[in-house]
Design a protein around this ligand. Structure first.
Ligand code: S3P
Length: 173
C-alpha cells in the first residue's frame, strides 16, 4: 500500500516539525496544509478568519485537504482539519492517518511558548484560560483524532519507531 501520510492532532502538537522529519526519512515530499491555504487565500489565516469567518475557512480547508492525493507526500494538517464535514472519513479512506497525542498540559506549555496570535482558534487566550480552552476543545475533537490508523506519543516516540509503525500498518492493511 502506498498512500499519503496525514499527521493529525491538536494545535501545538508538533505536526509540522514531525512531518518534515518523517518526509525526509521516508524520502517523501512534505506539505503543510495551512501553508497551502495561505497560498490559496493570499493572506494570513487570522486575517482570513476576520474577513470571511471560520465557516469559509473550513470549506476551503476541506477542499484543499481533498486535493492531497499524492502518495509520495507527508501532509501536516491543521488542528481542526479532521473535525469538520467528512474530512476524517476522507483521510482514513485516502491515506494513512497518524495522531500525535499530547496531554492538555503539554499542549498548553507548547502553545504558551508559540505565537498565540497566529492561531485564531485560540481566541488570544493565555494562562489558565488557555488551559481550560485546550481541555474543552480537545474533548470536542478527540473522537475525530482517535480515528487515526496510528497513535503516537509524540514526546517520547523516536522517529525510527514511528517509521516502523507505519511500515507494519502498511504490511497489515
Ligand atoms: C486551527 C489550527 C491551525 C490552523 C487554523 C485553525 C484549529 O493549524 O489550521 O488556525 O482550529 O485547530 P495548526 O494546528 O497547525 O496550528
Amino acid at each position: 500500500m502506498n498512500k499519503p501520510i496525514f499527521l493529525i492532532g491538536f494545535m501545538g502538537s508538533g505536526k509540522t516539525t514531525l512531518g518534515k522529519k518523517l518526509a525526509k526519512q521516508l524520502h517523501k515530499k512534505f506539505i503543510d496544509l495551512d501553508e497551502k491555504i495561505v497560498q490559496a487565500i493570499g493572506m494570513s489565516i487570522p486575517d482570513f478568519f476576520k474577513k470571511h469567518g471560520e465557516n469559509e475557512f473550513r470549506l476551503l480547508e476541506s477542499k484543499l485537504l481533498k486535493e492531497q492525493t499524492d502518495s509520495n507526500t507527508v501532509i501536516s494538517t491543521g488542528g481542526g482539519s479532521p473535525c469538520y464535514f467528512d474530512n476524517m472519513d476522507w483521510i482514513r479512506n485516502n491515506g494513512i492517518a497518524l495522531y500525535l497525542q499530547l496531554s492538555p498540559k503539554a499542549l498548553h506549555s507548547r502553545l504558551e511558548q508559540s505565537n498565540i496570535a497566529s492561531r485564531p482558534s485560540l481566541g488570544g487566550l493565555k494562562g489558565e484560560a488557555l488551559l481550560e480552552f485546550i481541555e474543552n476543545k480537545l474533548q470536542e475533537r478527540v473522537s475525530f483524532y482517535q480515528q487515526a490508523h496510528i497513535h503516537i506519543d509524540q514526546i517520547n516516540t523516536p522517529l525510527e519507531t514511528i517509521c516502523q509503525s507505519i511500515k507494519s500498518y502498511e504490511e497489515n492493511a
